[in-house]
Design a binder for this molecule. Sequence first.
Ligand SMILES: [Zn+2]
Length: 458
Amino acid sequence: MDFYQLAKKYEADLVSDLQEIVRIPSLYDEKTITENAPFGIELRRALDWFLAKGSAEGFEAKDYQGYAGYLSWGEGEKSLGILGHLDIVPIGVGWSKEPFGAEVIDGVMYGRGTGDDKGPTIAAFTALKLLKDAGFTPKKKIYLIAGCDEESGMACMKHYKEHGPIPDFGFVPDASFPVIYGEKGIMNVKVTAAAESVVVKLEAGERPNIVIGEAEVTVAGLPKENDFDFYLATQDVKGSYRVEDGNTVYHFDGIFSHGSVPQEGINAAWHALNFVGGAYQDKVSHTVASLLADYRGKQLGIKKKGSHMGDLTVNLGIVRMHENDVSFVLDIRYPQECDGNELFQTIQKTFSSSGLNCEVQCLIDKGPLFVDPKSELVSTLEKIYRKHSQDNTTPLLTMGGGTYARTLPNFVAFGAEFPQRPMIQGVGDAHQKDEGVEVEALVLATAIYAEAIYELTR
Ligand SMILES: [Zn+2]
């Protein structure tokens, strides 16, 4: 079969289907939550549209109380899953196109969700449709699953996994080609301690997964100008101070960054602790700063370089010090060679033997995603992508962040962004203003998905 020629024949269908679903403003809406619409009425409409569309094409459609649904096709002992999502992020500001217009201008369709993730999901749907119309009979059962809460907590897949069938393996068209076969585990750890400190107040960071770019620490007493000047002159951070009610407020300016790449930012709160620990001989600040001095977790005793995913990383994302109460949250990203439980135990041991009177809690631990890059799944997807895209250089990827693929075992992220396609001026990426997708790229993705489904189920 010439999958590209087939996909090309379905271009008009692809465009009109995508227009219909983009025109449903499927944002999470707390005010319209009802039974079977756990994310609000527009997501209910979007899922109904998807299931009705699939039924009309002869697929079996099943709804999981509005959390997610699937279209299934074929029979077999084994099953292949494809997982996309119908929810979108808010519009934001600055659009020059109609965010729910789904207008096609010079070969590009604009609208929220065109790239993330309605476009890729409809490409996968079109791939199933064209295979069915071509008379193909899969020897495995195929599930095209659509979730409704990828962007705000992934409650959709939590619910689905408790109630729906879990395919043996599959792919997720919600990231980039070629194939993302590994994602680090994500652990958030909270440490709470009671310790005497010169710090009157330090409140920095809101989310564990962001490097704290700015921090202010209030210390009892007059400023230590010389120590502060020396600190700023010798460290990679900017700052200033002022006196307030007999206390000194030191301000640190670092650099914000995503917590999965702490080395790309400068953590202002860590510098606040490090400075106070040294200049004031403040034991708790000094201990915490010392234990967190290396973003790879060396002093915590958890340093690890993964064979595929690179270094384990640690980000100090939230710090609260008040009166003698201290608490902070770490975001740790770990490669697949680490065991989450062991990792947590090591962290616990390190903190409790540091002399801090503290409690260490694991807030979340999402295990890593790892599918052997030499597996049949990954090698098949890679081969098909390279054939259609003629991209023979972009390596298979692993990453520190979390894609939707990690919600199901033996799933990898596969498209639908083409890393080597030239960017078009004025076309926004996922989550940005003027989000758009090139129709030709979606046709190509459809061909790739069709051939992938064919190869994996014939
Ligand atoms: Zn997405």
